[in-house]
Design a protein. Structure first.
Length: 473
């Protein structure tokens, strides 16, 4: 059946490797001890004890020779440095917004926006909020409301734009809460919590038109904007002849601002920014920036970091880079197919998401099947992924007070940019298959300690009832 998706041709690395870093796989006995010491939370496992680290694609990529050169020529003037001028000019060329406010990373940009626009009882609709975005909204006493289209909640469905927002759910939100409680609408491109799935240009246009009708701005979470633009170019009717830059310009012109973690599609290890068109919103955010981050033209970053971001934003638009980047993710998915490991289909832009409920059907959501798979993957292969399931997103319904599990239990294998080889990702797939072979020998987990928010970062767990996570054969 034609679902609007073209098969991805085999792609080759559009770069040469200049520097390598030695890694080494430790013993299974060591991994058992590390896992226990970490309370079955892989965030707490030392990086030296990780063989292939797919915890996140945020800030973990390899910078290019031109980015390293930019670091050496960065201008460290406190105010209005040459590096800021380059940073601002590059961002305006791509995103087109009036005000460019640098921050040290994406959640700082979110923090500035939400702290200056939200109040107790405010509501922020999004396709799906990611963890820190949701936490930043809720920290203001506001409600983070997910309005993903139903297709985005079916891990087995092959569809080209599963990150699209539901206009029906969005309209229902406005009917329920009223325009006065919704200061803006957000849309995340690509949709991280929903499998790194892209949002179509047509959907952005529909959401934009709706927001204009309601008199509220549309704000993008633009962390992976170039990957989303590549999917639009490849999959959306009428976009094949457009350049990545043209698609970005068209897409961002439909909104009034964005938050950005440059640690993703900025191809750097630190950095971010907030862009806005509204003068008052920008001034309020800038006032808070000075208090929290630094002067408005460096925002918590060194001049060299600003220069590296600008260079990275140029490089990420390269179609050869994007074809290889997204092709590498698709190749891992194809290998998992061969080995019978279920994942959210189709593969997204930055990660493959294992479908833990299908992989481990004997473990109920209350016992965190995605966290079990994540822990077992480290145990089997020294591979670190991250749980995108109940440990991360279980929450209390604001209307009923009941605890609600997320629709999906996923294990995200986020691929750092320009870091790992095909052979290493083949090893990851084989390690996933070995976890599948454990089957019902794997036991559920229970929380023994958790913080008041963002618990998945620091929570401690143990096998249900104590003892071993893997039952003896």
């Amino acid at each position: 059946m034609d679902n609007g998706m073209k098969p991805l041709a085999h792609t080759f690395e559009p770069y040469r490797i200049k520097v390598v870093e030695k890694i080494q796989r430790n013993s299974r006995e060591d991994r058992v001890q590390h896992l226990r010491d970490a309370g079955y939370n892989v965030f707490k496992v030392p990086s030296a004890a990780i063989y292939v680290d797919l915890l996140t694609d945020s800030g973990t990529g390899a910078m290019s020779d031109m980015q390293w050169a930019a670091l050496m020529t960065g201008d460290e003037a406190y105010a209005y440095s040459k590096s800021f001028a380059e940073f601002e000019s590059c961002i305006r060329e791509i995103f087109g917004y009036k005000h460019v406010i640098p921050t040290h990373q994406g959640r700082a940009a979110e923090g500035l926006l939400f702290a200056t626009t939200l109040k107790e009882g405010s509501v922020v609709p999004n396709n799906i909020h990611f963890d820190t975005t949701r936490a930043n909204v809720e920290h203001q006493g506001a409600i983070a409301l997910d309005c993903i289209a139903d297709a985005g909640l079916d891990p087995t469905l092959e569809a080209p734009f599963k990150g699209d927002m539901s206009l029906k759910k969005l309209a229902t939100a406005f009917e329920k809460y009223g325009t006065e409680r919704i200061p803006f609408v957000m849309i995340t491109i690509t949709n991280n919590s929903g499998g790194g799935q892209p949002v179509s240009l047509a959907n952005v246009r529909e959401v934009s038109d709706f927001c204009k009708k309601m008199g509220v701005p549309l704000i993008f979470d633009a962390c992976r904007f170039a990957e989303n633009a590549w999917f639009i170019q490849q999959r959306e009717e009428g976009c094949a002849e457009k350049t990545i830059m043209e698609i970005c310009n068209e897409m961002f012109a439909l909104g009034e601002g964005c938050t950005m973690s440059a640690k993703k599609d900025g191809l750097v290890n630190i950095g971010g920014f907030l862009c806005l068109n509204d003068d008052t919103m920008a001034q309020n955010a800038t006032n808070l920036l000075i208090l929290r981050e630094g002067f408005p033209t460096y925002g918590g970053l060194a001049g060299r970091d600003l220069a590296a971001v600008a260079q990275g934003l140029r490089e990420v638009m390269d179609p050869d880079y994007l074809a290889y980047r997204i092709g590498q993710v698709a190749r891992l998915g194809a290998r998992l197919d061969e080995l019978g490991v279920p994942y959210l289909r189709p593969t997204g832009g930055h990660a493959v998401y294992i479908d833990a409920m299908t992989a481990l059907p004997h473990i109920p959501q209350s016992q965190f099947p995605a966290q079990v798979f994540t822990a077992a993957l480290y145990l089997e292969g020294g591979v670190r992924g991250v749980e995108i399931g109940s440990l991360m997103f279980e929450h209390r319904d604001p209307d009923t007070g009941q605890m609600v599990h997320p629709a999906m239990e996923l294990v995200r294998l986020a691929i750092p940019r320009r870091v790992y080889t095909h052979t290493q990702l083949d090893y990851v797939a084989e390690s996933c298959a070995r976890v599948m072979e454990m089957g019902e020998r794997l036991r559920g987990l229970e929380v023994t300690w958790e913080p008041p928010s963002l618990r998945h970062f620091t929570a401690q767990l143990q096998p249900v009832g104590g003892g071993r996570m893997v039952a003896e054969a």
